[in-house]
Ligand binder design. Structure first.
Ligand SMILES: *Cc1c(COP(=O)(O)O)cnc(C)c1O
Length: 423
């Protein structure tokens, strides 16, 4: 099936007389006839549902669809994108581990890695993702366990050279984890370019309508944990909490997701509610159509802004002449996403005046949904960062992040025009 068809048909295939649309299994628990049957589930000896914190049929169908869209072998849903990135890393890291991550990543992930995981004894080196390979190689340490980046960074819309990052990770015997939230699998499938694990904030384009916070993790099944057994004891040595199961031996290509579900979800419990998974399933059905329009509208607006004399700069990877245009052509041939960044001449003050003058585009702490919204990271999402950290993350003080929605592009242009006229 082509990806457009997968959006509609993957993950849930009803049998004869069954509901055409995925049912919401709004049940915490599942019933068994004998104690022995249930016991086998607890020992991971049989497959089945017993408690929604571990697995739920609605969530599993949606995770399976996302895994198919990304070209992975297995997936799981989490309560948020934050939980997805935390689980993806914590599944293979522990106190004493080290992570190499791009410094341009989403502010929430920057805090997760730089502050909260640090308290757990997991260290992170933030790197300029545009440095040449040999420069980046210098940041690896014997205890490095993962490399992390975003296909298109939030909010600077920089495009990651996924192949370069995959080569670096693999030559150091660790997996590459890519947060593919902004591109979605419609526009880029990082696994094809060498990423081992893909994460999502499904809150964004996948849901697409700003109704449910959620996350997802997809594993390619390609990373050979056993080859680097000493680095990943959680996958390659017995898990005492499951009678000594060795995930990589017992579950092969499914080891990573099985461990994340059976162990991390069991103990940390950040599940997506089945109701939210249902909304997500509906969003995914039109993802291919929406992404196309988001990109079309965003490119029109990026061109308009770049030609306006009151605009200091525009960053949008699909724009000819953009710093990341060549990577966009390679990794995102169908278009990048609906998000763009720009600055107004006159700096911070003028930018804020412009934003407050908009009528259709709303100021919202959100991005990547159907309705156009915008935000000023230095005063909103990234306000915990120092000036130095802001500059390292490439977030200029005047940067406005515009998330272009699905409205008529003419109406959006009119709104931008009248707000620009007011400054
Ligand atoms: C929003 C976002 C997150 C965090 O996701 P939540 O669902 O808000 O927890 C992570 N990564 C990226 C790229 C995001 O845009």
């Amino acid at each position: 099936m082509n990806i457009e068809t997968k959006c509609l048909h993957s993950g849930y295939v009803p049998g004869n007389g069954e509901p055409r649309q995925l049912p919401v299994y709004q049940s915490t628990t599942f019933k068994y006839a004998t104690s022995d049957e249930m016991g086998k589930l607890f020992d991971l000896e049989a497959n089945g549902y017993f408690y929604t914190r571990l697995q739920n049929p609605t969530n599993d169908a949606v995770a399976a669809k996302i895994a198919e869209l990304e070209g992975g072998v297995a997936g799981m849903l989490t309560s948020s994108g934050q939980a997805a990135n935390f689980f993806a890393l914590f599944n293979i890291c522990e106190a004493g581990s080290h992570i190499v991550a791009s410094s341009s990543i989403y502010g929430g992930t920057f805090n997760l890695l730089g502050v909260t995981m640090k308290k757990m004894g997991i260290d992170c080196t933030f790197v300029d993702q545009d440095l040449p390979e040999e420069e980046l190689a210098k940041f690896f340490k014997p205890n490095t366990r993962a490399v992390f980046g975003e296909t298109i960074t939030n909010p600077t819309v920089s495009v990651l050279d996924i192949e370069k990052f995959a080569r670096l990770a693999h030559s150091h015997g660790v997996p590459l984890i890519v947060d593919n939230t902004f591109a979605t699998p419609i526009n880029c499938q990082p696994i094809k370019w060498g990423a081992d694990i893909v994460t999502h904030s499904t809150t964004k384009y996948m849901d697409g309508h700003a109704v449910g916070v959620g996350g997802a993790i997809v594993d390619s099944g390609n990373f050979d944990w056993m080859q680097y057994a000493d680095k990943f004891p959680g996958l390659t040595t017995p898990d005492d909490s499951y009678h000594g199961i060795v995930y990589a031996e017992r579950f092969g290509k499914l080891a990573y997701i099985t461990k994340a579900t059976a162990q991390l979800m069991r103990d940390l419990g950040s599940i997506q509610s089945p109701q939210n998974a249902f909304y997500l399933m509906n969003g995914l059905e039109s993802l291919h159509l929406r992404m196309e329009r988001h990109c079309e509208n965003a490119l029109t607006i990026a061109k308009f802004l770049s030609e306006n004399e009151k605009v200091a700069w525009v960053a949008y990877p699909d724009l000819e002449g953009d710093r990341y245009n060549s990577f966009a052509k390679k990794y995102l041939p169908k278009g990048s996403c609906g998000v763009l960044a720009f600055g107004i001449k006159g700096g911070r003050e003028k930018s804020i005046k412009f934003m407050d003058s908009l009528k259709l585009a709303a100021i919202a702490t959100h991005v990547a949904d159907a309705k156009t919204c915008l935000l000023h990271p230095a005063s909103h999402t990234h306000r915990q960062m120092t000036e130095k950290q802001l500059l390292e993350a490439g977030v200029a003080p005047d940067l406005i992040r515009l998330s272009v929605g699905l409205e008529s592009v003419e109406d959006l242009l009119d709104d931008l025009r009248q707000a620009l006229d007011k400054i």
